[in-house]
Ligand binder design. Structure first.
Ligand code: HEM
Length: 381
């Protein structure tokens, strides 16, 4: 397994300082680590998110019609249709759900004197939010949890390899569920995103069935472990430093800025990638058309050109133009929901449990892409 994962910020720093647009000969791709270059890359339409454009494209990386894999004009159309379904009333109703879910989960552990933040708070919270968002019926939540777990399995992680075997079957079972639900939910109040997406929105336009399925599946994979990771690694950073924790307790008005700072430092999605469609200059290097280019968001988030004292956690940091949710046309559609979960979870944990401390060092998933705790045991009185 990749040794740099044990000390990834040292590796990022070395690249940022010595070779910010770096050609990696073994993997045959470019690695970009400075903030300004990552922003240029993510905004530049001469790069594609469709990896079938890559010279070294491996067909196993299946292309779908989910918006992360689409370029304009189709991306613009699909994203607008999905974004229109993320309405203000829907987001407001989710705020109530997040609040009630966090309270309920904390009630369950209140007498235990401790909890595993990942399995007892962050992950069930993210899943409940996604189920509510999509409009999954209460009786189907058990199945949904299993589907979401399997869809989120990552090839990089050997311990989850067994789940991969079931990947195709689960994908197709979930697709069937989405299609059926879309047919019955359309037009009903409280139908959630699946129902909302099944009906025409912009003029007569709407997602076709394969777009509907692919984008609902995308939301589940994009919104589960990422949001859970923000809650868990954010709490790890707070609980691991009593001064920081007390500052936030004394100044709850810092909560919003604190969430941004924890996103900057932890970056649940460490990197993303593009393919150059044509020859492009980036940071003084010549990138050949067809080559893959990796944007290391987590490295850009600690670029001293952009962030004074980049390795210091300053809960009141402002401005904070971090790239944890990406930049440009593919900027994370779920950012408001992820921020909401973190803000409410941090507030309740801090208000409820005065003497918080780590039971032992948290464990993280061995992944280059995701920075995600697998276990975070915390004690309180
Ligand atoms: C802290 C939690 C999260 C982080 C750090 C995160 C990060 C990201 C990043 C970096 C991208 C851009 C990828 C790229 O440009 O290649 C992205 C896109 C996306 N995210 Fe998130 N995400 C989070 C939570 C969520 C949630 C909760 C949802 C859904 C409810 C969601 C849905 C999406 C979707 C649909 C896209 C694709 C947008 C597009 O291609 O136009 N994300 N996310």
């Amino acid at each position: 397994m990749t040794p740099y994962l044990d000390d990834r910020h040292t590796a990022y720093q070395r690249l940022r300082e010595t070779d910010p647009v770096h050609w990696e000969p073994t993997m045959r791709l470019w690695v970009v680590t400075r903030h300004a270059d990552v922003v240029d890359l993510l905004r530049d339409q001469r790069y594609s998110v469709d990896h079938t454009n890559a010279t070294d494209f491996v067909p196993a990386a299946q292309a779908t019609t989910s918006m992360v894999n689409l370029d304009p004009p189709r991306h613009t159309r699909v994203r607008a249709l999905v974004a229109a379904a993320f309405t203000r009333p829907l987001l407001d109703s989710l705020e109530t759900v997040v609040d009630a879910t966090v309270r309920g989960l904390l009630d369950r552990v209140a007498l235990q004197g401790g909890l595993d933040v990942v399995s007892e708070l962050a992950s069930p919270l993210a899943l409940t939010v996604l189920a509510e968002l999509l409009g999954i019926a209460p009786e189907d939540r058990g199945r949904f949890r299993v589907w979401a777990e399997v869809l989120g399995a990552d090839r990089e992680d050997g311990t989850r390899a067994a789940l991969e075997v079931h990947g195709a079957a689960v994908r197709s079972a979930f697709a069937g569920y989405i299609r059926t639900w879309a047919a019955v939910a359309t037009g009903r109040p409280g139908e959630g995103l699946i129902g909302a997406l099944a009906k025409p929105r912009t003029g007569d336009d709407r997602l076709d069935q394969s777009e509907l399925v692919a984008n609902c599946q995308l939301i589940v994979t994009a919104g589960h472990e990422t949001a859970a990771s923000l809650v868990a690694s954010g709490l790890a950073a707070l609980v691991g430093d009593s001064e920081r924790l007390e500052r936030l307790r004394r100044q709850p008005e810092l909560l919003e800025a604190a969430v941004e700072e924890l996103l900057r430092l932890e970056a649940p999605v460490q990197l993303t990638s593009r393919v150059a469609r044509e020859d492009v200059e980036l940071g003084g290097r010549h990138i050949q058309g067809g080559h893959e280019v990796v944007a290391v968001l987590a490295a850009a988030n600690r670029d001293p050109e952009q962030f004074p004292e980049p390795d210091v956690c300053d809960l009141g940091r402002s401005p904070n133009p971090h790239l944890a949710f990406g930049r440009g046309p593919h900027f994370c559609l779920g950012a408001p929901l992820a921020r909401l979960q973190a803000r409410i979870a941090f507030r309740h944990v801090l208000e409820r449990f005065p003497r918080l401390r780590l039971a032992r060092e948290p464990a993280f998933r061995r992944s280059a892409v995701l920075r995600s705790p697998t276990r975070l045991e915390v004690l309180f009185e």
